[in-house]
Design a protein around this ligand. Structure first.
Ligand SMILES: C[S@@+](CC[C@H](N)C(=O)[O-])C[C@H]1O[C@@H](n2cnc3c(N)ncnc32)[C@H](O)[C@@H]1O
Length: 296
């Protein structure tokens, strides 16, 4: 009798585990059945590569939230910004995008040349001018142009010291609308005086946060409890099962590997051309030696 009860009890537990698991899988399927933009290839990649592995999530976020305004603090060569813009354009959303940067560099990325801004300006004009604006100025100066509650997705990726990131977050948070989200980049970097990780730890209890702890790290912070319901569902699922985060990591790494492969292939092509040129020169030189040998 006792054995039968134990047996039945185990069967009930197993059934419960099975049902929970299949409900969970169904939820993920339901979530992704509405979203396939995350598999797109980004079209405007450049150095540095730190943000590249997070692009599939940027695509997913834009497709899920269909934001009215996306604002980025810290654009540099545009890997993250152009991912947002590409999604807006290809998904035919009516979002407005704004990138703020001095395009001069800072203590972490160093000072870079003006051709970085020239390239970004060129792409922006050619591909996204209908809805995207570049503001070449300091973040604090730009902030006066935005009213409270006007931004849906705020991406903070400027200077990464604790003080700078806290300052950017505090200054710009009121500009984020009810239900909006903030992305913080470089949450995994512990070198030098990088302090995004420390700031994130500090606000962990206060906000609903999902971290993507790979590459240089990205955190999604919900301003309040009114975020997009599908996004909240996604966060809950990702917290329950890290497979979802690993999935985004694998998709992101794929983009990075493709990019590195294509750079390497270009390099190999260049080397091949150079080798062929050297072979031709060598041949000419050998002929010349022969000619000269005959003369002496
Ligand atoms: C880490 S990079 C941005 C990387 C970029 N999001 C990507 O996808 O590769 C940081 C950028 O922030 C800019 N920056 C830092 N502090 C700034 C400030 N206070 N005002 C304006 N630009 C700033 C720098 O010029 C630099 O281009």
């Amino acid at each position: 009798m006792r054995e039968t009860i134990v047996f039945v009890f185990i069967r009930i537990i197993l059934l419960f585990v099975f049902l929970t698991d299949s409900f969970f899988t169904m939820d993920i399927r339901k979530l992704f059945s509405k979203s396939d933009y995350l598999y797109q290839k980004p079209l405007f990649l450049a150095n540095p590569h730190g943000w590249i592995p997070h692009i599939p999530f940027a695509f997913f976020l834009v497709e899920t939230m269909k934001p009215r305004v996306i604002l980025e603090l810290g654009t540099y060569s545009g890997n993250s910004y152009f991912a947002f813009c590409q999604a807006v354009k290809q998904l035919q959303l009516s979002s407005r995008c704004v990138a703020v940067d001095t395009w001069k560099g800072d203590i972490h990325v160093g000072n870079y040349a003006n051709d970085v801004y020239e390239r970004v300006k060129e792409i922006n004009k050619k591909e996204f001018s209908g809805f995207s604006e570049l503001m070449q100025m300091r973040f604090d100066v730009a902030s006066h142009n935005f009213s409270d509650g006007s931004i849906d997705i705020l991406h903070i990726d400027g200077t990464h010291t604790y003080d700078a990131v806290k300052n950017d977050f505090t200054n710009w948070l009121p500009k984020v609308r009810r239900g909006g989200v903030i992305l913080l980049h470089d949450t995994m970097v512990r070198k030098k005086d990088f302090g995004v990780w420390k700031f994130l730890k500090e606000i962990k209890e206060q906000y609903r946060i999902l971290e993507f702890p790979f590459s240089e790290g990205l955190a999604l912070v919900c301003k309040d409890a009114h975020s997009n319901p599908e996004l909240i569902e996604f966060i809950k699922l990702a917290k329950k099962d890290p497979t979802l985060i690993r999935f985004f990591e694998a998709l992101g790494n794929n983009i990075l590997l493709e990019r590195e492969k294509s750079l390497f292939r270009d390099e190999v092509l260049k080397m091949r051309k150079k080798t062929a040129k050297l072979n031709r020169q060598l041949l000419e030189n050998k002929k010349e030696i022969k000619k000269l040998k005959r003369k002496i």
